[in-house]
Design a protein around this ligand. Structure first.
Ligand code: CO
Ligand code: CO
Ligand code: CO
Length: 319
């Protein structure tokens, strides 16, 4: 990314360089565009579920900025040798989630390719003064995570046909859940910072927030919620390659306190698909937000706190 030509424009409020979830471009003092694009290859066999997961993953980047998806475009790669009915199912799955998000599909584009790929380009609108980036976390804030982690481990187990039914269902339920409810509550509660937990894992996205905010995030491992069966699968060595890469990248920037086993380190670094929001919010409002979210069926937990910078951007405490 750093080798690409840079664009500077006074109206470009948030760009890809800052590793945020979506770009933001100011149109006037009241309105800015929030834009993102995400697509990937299937992680589950069922095309209807794959379509839902890919759409949720893309839509969630808009919620992570404190915005709401408005318009959406499909991006599709599909092999000519496969039954076109599979593509119809993928697009139907996506449409289900686009409707649930209250957004409108305005078009899209498809190309022939060896492997199916699907995702969305999404646009939202936001008041430029109300953007919630990953750079606003303040010492004293509580850290809230709105979904359990482990979707990379579950997807790896599903591909290897060794995921138990409970794990598989819990993983799919997590990956097909929009962050809309969590985002609305966080916007109402005036959160200081937010990002969604995706490819870099909880560890990597927490690190991004810490570095962008110039603070140290402290995560209490025993408070981090896990998808059913994730610990057992990870202890059997079912760890996606991405988790190892994420861990290797993050590890020099983490202070481990107490006992954090290698299994837990891998789980913290597990790349997430359509993961939850990681929210920093004034500690006086944190518990109320978790209570509100729990009441609305969101599996939100306080998992740590924000400290002033303490030599490394991340502290993880074990037992
Ligand atoms: Co994101
Ligand atoms: Co993204
Ligand atoms: Co076209």
């Amino acid at each position: 990314m750093h080798k690409l030509p840079k664009f500077s424009d006074p109206n470009l409020l948030v760009s890809g360089e800052k590793l945020d979830d979506a770009g933001v471009y100011k149109i006037n003092e009241q309105t800015a565009l929030v834009q993102t694009l995400d697509f990937f290859t299937p992680m589950v066999d069922d095309p209807y579920i794959f379509g839902q997961i890919a759409a949720v993953n893309a839509l969630n980047d808009i919620y992570a900025m404190g915005s709401v998806p408005l318009t959406v475009m499909n991006i599709v790669c599909f092999p000519s040798c496969l039954d076109v009915q599979i593509l119809v199912e993928i697009l139907n799955g996506g449409a289900l989630k686009i409707k649930e998000a209250g957004a409108v599909l305005v078009g899209g584009h498809s190309v022939e390719d060896n492997e199916p790929k699907y995702g969305l380009a999404v646009t939202g609108l936001i008041d430029p003064n109300k953007i919630i980036t990953n750079a606003g976390a303040k010492p004293g804030d509580s850290l809230i995570l709105t979904k359990p982690i482990g979707t990379g481990i579950i997807s790896t187990a599903i591909k290897g046909k060794i995921a138990g039914e409970g794990s598989m269902n819990n993983g799919i339920q997590v990956m097909t859940t929009l962050n809309n409810i969590a985002a609305m509550a966080m916007i109402d509660a005036c959160a200081s910072a937010c990002t969604d937990v995706t490819g870099f894992g909880l560890l990597g996205h927490a690190l991004e927030m810490a570095e962008a905010s110039g603070v140290t995030l402290e995560i209490f491992m025993p408070l981090v919620p896990l998808i059913e069966g994730v610990y057992d699968l990870a202890s059997m060595g079912i760890i996606p390659g991405g988790a190892k890469r994420n861990l290797k990248y993050a590890e020099p920037k983490v202070n481990w306190y107490g006992r954090v086993s290698d299994i837990y380190k891998d789980i913290l670094a597990d790349p997430q698909t359509a993961g939850g929001l990681l929210i920093a919010i004034d500690n006086k409002k944190g518990e109320q937000l978790v209570k509100d979210l729990t009441g609305k069926g969101v599996e939100a937990r306080i998992i740590g706190q924000v400290n002033k910078y303490m030599g490394k951007p991340l502290i993880v405490e074990g037992l």
